[in-house]
Each structure stands twice: as structure tokens, then as C-alpha cells.
Design a protein around this ligand. Structure first.
Ligand code: SAM
Length: 409
């Protein structure tokens, strides 16, 4: 059996035919601020994308088999932490974990080399696209929250905020150029499969919703913001992030892709006094909450409620919460990021009762929203996985949507 559960013939030709790897890195979309790459740099990313796909598709199922055959029998696990403590003793888990950590470290070093060696040219390109543009609002006096400043998220040295010189965008260029390798291409050509999925979810589930003002909290470099701006071209879209390199790169990228209705603002979303009460119709967070902290969550949820106009919606998109229905093995494997990938809040966030926090922020229980989205990927890149027919082909990322509609007075 291969990772997809399909029987595989072990003759060489059949194995090659059965291999379902990621596409070539050259399908990644090039925009006006995308770093230049040499042949060898591209091939390094190709290797990492294939290695990640191999680890997820072939090695991970073997960890599960080892768990079922020689770890679980006779044991009474109370929770995912018990399972993790047992897994870390097993040589198969150890191999998988060590390789996964290493591909992450290698991906960061590969992306950093690309970004740092052309750091000054990238800063100049960003400046040419954004200097004097009021849609970039930076605040050099902003104090970073400790959960941002103290952590090199997913092994990314300097995380999203570090600047290596004036007008720097290097860490954003690293993030953008390597994401395809990390995900094995699962987010599509522009790494925006999540944002496209959210825009499609809103069109299907809230067909009458026509937001005029949209706020994206923790927007990063805007991968998942542009699809919202494109879906609602009449709307004013504002992305907020603490990381200046992400915001500079974000506006430069948006403009070079012809998306004009988006603004990038440097601020801490726990407290946004620059925006008036009730001034947004839609507040969005995408893969953001897990990189905050226990202490900040209620403040963030409170701020979403304050900022929404009556009838407005907030949507949070994250990987699935742990629930009694999710097997403990799966919970323990998903928790890997918290312990080995510099995502310390991952484990607590995924066990938290988000509904309770959202209600505590002022939303009515009956107005809670729950759903699910699957990454929308480009048909030209994944011909048989692009149609969103509700199935998960194992090549598409899937997330939960949790949110609420603000009551109409
Ligand atoms: C995992 S990234 C997600 C980026 C983006 N939402 C996406 O989907 O590509 C998390 C982002 O949140 C930002 N961030 C973390 N805490 C923040 C805060 N309190 N206020 C504003 N931005 C924050 C980080 O700088 C980082 O860019």
C-alpha cells in the first residue's frame, strides 16, 4: 500500500507510475517582488517539496502502522500527551520526526539564502512599488507582543518581523518563496488556496453578504487577503500585521498583481484604536490564532466584536480543533508542531473552546458559525484536484471555519 491506501506494485515502473508527487517548483507564480532564483535554488525547493510529500504520504502511514502494531496494544491512553510520550520512544516515529524537523530547517536555510543574498535589491524593488503610497502604514514605534518577538516560528530565524536593513523585506521573501516547498504545493500557484477557499465559502454560504469594509487580522504578506479583495473589488480591504517586512512585501506584491483595493497597516490586533467601533462588515483571521497566546485570545476576540457593524461577520480559519471524535493518535501527531516546530501555542489553541471565547466577546450563541474549507488549487497545476466537489484528495489542505455574526440591534 502507498500513503493513499491504494495498492502499489513493487516493480519499478509501477512505482514510478503510482508516485503522485508535487508539481515542479517552476509553476510557482512570479510577481513583481518575488526573488530571483537560480537553477540549483529551484531544485533545492523541488527536493524539499518531494521530501515533505514523501514524509506525509509514505512515512507517516508507517508511523501509524507502528503505533497500532507495537505501541498501542495493551495500553490505556488517557489523552494525546500520553500517546506522544509513547510515540517518542519508537524508532519509526523518531525517524519521521527527525526528518520532518530537518526538512523544515533546510527549507528555512534555502529560503533565507535566496532572500538574504538579494536583500538590498528586494528592498529597492519594494520601495519602488510602495514609497509614498498611503496604503502602506508602518509604525516603527510598535511594541511587539512577546509571543511574536520571542519565537522563531516554524524554525524561521527572526520570524515575520526582523529587519536586516532599511526597507527590508527579506523574511517575507523567504516565507513566500519557500511556502510551496513546505506544503508540497498544496496551496496552489500563488500560495493563496486558503483565501480563495474562504471567498468561495462566503459566496456559497452567505450569498447576500456584500461587505464594504474587510479587516484581515495577522495578514502576513497577504497571501489569503488578495482573494478577498478580488472577490469584493468594491470593498476596502485592510490587512493588519505586526511585521513590517511582511507589510512592505504585501503591498508591493498586491500592486504588482493588479490588486488595488487593499491597505496594509502595522499594528497589534489586540488593540486597534485607529479603527472605530462598528467600522467593518467582515473581520477575517486565517492561520493566525495559533501563533498568538492564551493571554491575548480574549482581547483579540473582543476587538473583533467591537470592530464589527451590526450584522457583520467574523471568521477564523484554522486547522481542525481537537475533539473527542478525533483519534488520540491524530491529535498527538498534529501536536508535533508545538513541540518540534516552534509553534508553542499550537497545542493549547487546538484544545481551546473557541465558541466560549467568541461568546464571551459578546456574540450571541445562536449566531455562531461553523464550517469547513478545502484549499482551492489551480486546475493547471493539479488537474484532477482542482474541482471543489467536497472531497479531500489528500493533496489539498483542509481547515475549520469558526466564527459568528454580530447581532443586529
Ligand atoms: C501564520 S502567519 C499567517 C499569515 C496570514 N494570515 C496567512 O494566511 O498567510 C501569522 C501572522 O500573524 C502576525 N501576528 C501575530 N500576532 C499578531 C498580533 N498580535 N497583531 C498583528 N499581527 C500579528 C505575524 O506577524 C504573522 O505574519
Amino acid at each position: 500500500m502507498d500513503g493513499s491506501g491504494k495498492p502499489v506494485d513493487d516493480r519499478e515502473g509501477a512505482l514510478v507510475a503510482a508516485y503522485d508527487g508535487p508539481p515542479d517548483y517552476r509553476v510557482v507564480g512570479r510577481h513583481g517582488i518575488f526573488p530571483e532564483m537560480t537553477h540549483d535554488e529551484i531544485e533545492r525547493f523541488n527536493f524539499l517539496a518531494h521530501m515533505n510529500r514523501h514524509l506525509a504520504g509514505r512515512v507517516m502511514p508507517a508511523v501509524k502502522a507502528a503505533f497500532e502494531a507495537r505501541i498501542a496494544p495493551g495500553r490505556d491512553f488517557k489523552n494525546r500527551h500520553d500517546v506522544r510520550r509513547a510515540l517518542v520512544q519508537d524508532p519509526y516515529w523518531q525517524v519521521w520526526s527527525a526528518l520532518r524537523r530537518n526538512t523544515m530547517e533546510m527549507r528555512q536555510q534555502a529560503g533565507r539564502w535566496v532572500a538574504l543574498r538579494q536583500r538590498e535589491e528586494l528592498a529597492a524593488r519594494a520601495a519602488a512599488l510602495t514609497d509614498g503610497d498611503p496604503r502602506l502604514q508602518l509604525d516603527p514605534s510598535l511594541e511587539l507582543p512577546r509571543y511574536v518577538a520571542a519565537i522563531d516560528h516554524h524554525c524561521m530565524p527572526g520570524s515575520y518581523h526582523t529587519e536586516y536593513g532599511p526597507g527590508d523585506v527579506a523574511n517575507a521573501a523567504n516565507y513566500d518563496s519557500g511556502l510551496f516547498a513546505t506544503t508540497g504545493g498544496m496551496l496552489g500557484q500563488w500560495s493563496d488556496g486558503g483565501g480563495q477557499a474562504v471567498a468561495r465559502w462566503v459566496a456559497r454560504n452567505l450569498p447576500d453578504f456584500k461587505p464594504k469594509r474587510i479587516l484581515d487580522m495577522g495578514c502576513g504578506l497577504g497571501h489569503n487577503v488578495l482573494p478577498l479583495a478580488q472577490a469584493f473589488p468594491e470593498a476596502e480591504v485592510i490587512g493588519v500585521d505586526v511585521g513590517a517586512p511582511m507589510l512592505r512585501y504585501g503591498l508591493a506584491r498586491a500592486k504588482s498583481l493588479g490588486v488595488e483595493n487593499v491597505r496594509f497597516v502595522q499594528a497589534n490586533v489586540e488593540n486597534l484604536p485607529q479603527f472605530a467601533d462598528g467600522s467593518f462588515d467582515w473581520v477575517q483571521t486565517t492561520m493566525f490564532l495559533h501563533e498568538t497566546s492564551y493571554g491575548s485570545m480574549q482581547r483579540i476576540f473582543n476587538e473583533t466584536h467591537r470592530l464589527l457593524a451590526p450584522g457583520g461577520i467574523v471568521l477564523h480559519v484554522e486547522q481542525p480543533q481537537y475533539s473527542p471524535e478525533m483519534p488520540l493518535f491524530e491529535q498527538a501527531m498534529r501536536d508535533w508542531d508545538a513541540f518540534y516546530n516552534a509553534e508553542p501555542f499550537w497545542t493549547k489553541m487546538h484544545e481551546a473552546d473557541l465558541n466560549a471565547w467568541i461568546v464571551q466577546a459578546g456574540f450571541a450563541k445562536e449566531n455562531l458559525i461553523h464550517g469547513g474549507v478545502t484549499a482551492v488549487v489551480d486546475k493547471s497545476v493539479f488537474p484532477d484536484a482542482a474541482d471543489d466537489n467536497g472531497e479531500d484528495y489528500g493533496r489539498k489542505a483542509a481547515w475549520h471555519v469558526v466564527g459568528a455574526r454580530k447581532e443586529v440591534a
